[in-house]
Design a protein around this ligand. Structure first.
Ligand SMILES: [Zn+2]
Length: 217
């Protein structure tokens, strides 16, 4: 599930509509909302334990992994080369991302070449490229990945408390910013109190720069 906040909101709107139509009573609405909330917590826990996913609402730099060269950018499913390669007469852009049951792939308009995307890595012509998120739409507003370490610390502290207290409102406000940030939780100490202080990987911070960014920048 790419957007658990949006999904939860949709389910709550549906139950409100069903109540309005008199198709369910208030108790049933409460039960439906409760299930939607439980599904939300389940989805975010899965997201926390999985590597990054391609998101249609995000903008990415497509960077060749072995040499760090910028191939192009993907913005809202549209791909354009970084350099000014001539466009075909009938193409307004260089390529497009398609997503279906077979997976996610980039199809280039002119050459008909196809790249396959899994996680945030694309393979095309035997080369591997990292997708580095540069912008994300959150609640209708474009944000750049959070890169301030103190703000990130404050956000993950807020999220941890909210998750423990099952405070949905607070948690779903901060989660998209944490997920799209330039940092991620340190995989060596997992930001656990005690283990964190002596952790050489994150130097006691509990989080590190995302691997893709550390390698490429
Ligand atoms: Zn650590």
């Amino acid at each position: 599930m790419q957007n658990p906040e949006g999904h939860r909101q949709t389910l709550h709107e549906m139950s409100a509509a069903l109540l309005d139509e008199g198709l369910i009573d208030q108790l049933e609405q409460f039960d439906l909302n409760d299930r939607a909330n439980a599904a939300y917590w389940h989805a975010v826990e899965e997201l926390q334990n999985s590597p990054g996913h391609y998101r249609g609402a995000s903008t990415y730099d497509v960077v060749q992994i072995d040499n760090g060269k910028l191939l192009g950018t993907i913005s809202r499913s549209i791909f354009n080369f970084a350099n000014d390669q001539p466009l075909g007469a009938s193409f307004a852009y260089d390529g497009k991302i398609y997503s279906d049951s077979d997976g996610i792939r980039l199809t280039l308009g002119l050459s008909r070449k196809v790249g396959t995307i899994s996680g945030l890595v694309m393979e095309m012509n035997g080369r591997r490229y990292q997708l580095v998120e540069t912008e994300r739409m959150i609640a209708g507003v474009t944000h750049h990945p959070l890169s301030d370490a103190d703000t990130y610390r404050a956000l993950i502290d807020t999220a941890q408390v909210a998750q423990e207290e099952r405070d949905l409102r607070a948690f779903e406000k901060v989660r998209p910013y944490i997920e799209s940030a330039a940092f991620c939780i340190c995989s060596a100490c997992l930001d656990r109190f005690g283990a964190r202080d002596d952790c050489p990987t994150c130097e006691g911070k509990g989080f590190v720069k995302k691997p893709a960014l550390a390698v490429l920048r």
